[in-house]
Design a protein around this ligand. Sequence first.
Ligand SMILES: [Zn+2]
Length: 53
Amino acid sequence: MSVFKCPECGYTYDEAAGDSHEGYAPGTPFESLPDDFACPDCSVRFKEDFEEA
Ligand SMILES: [Zn+2]
């Protein structure tokens, strides 16, 4: 499991924890998030811009 970090605001998506606010269950891999996934905090829209932390 990895953690991915938004380059704009520092939001992190933790694969082990998921994001219950966004409806992603714990253990959801970042690559399994929808292609239109956007940062919940600042709406950076491109998954490829997220950096593995
Ligand atoms: Zn962000």
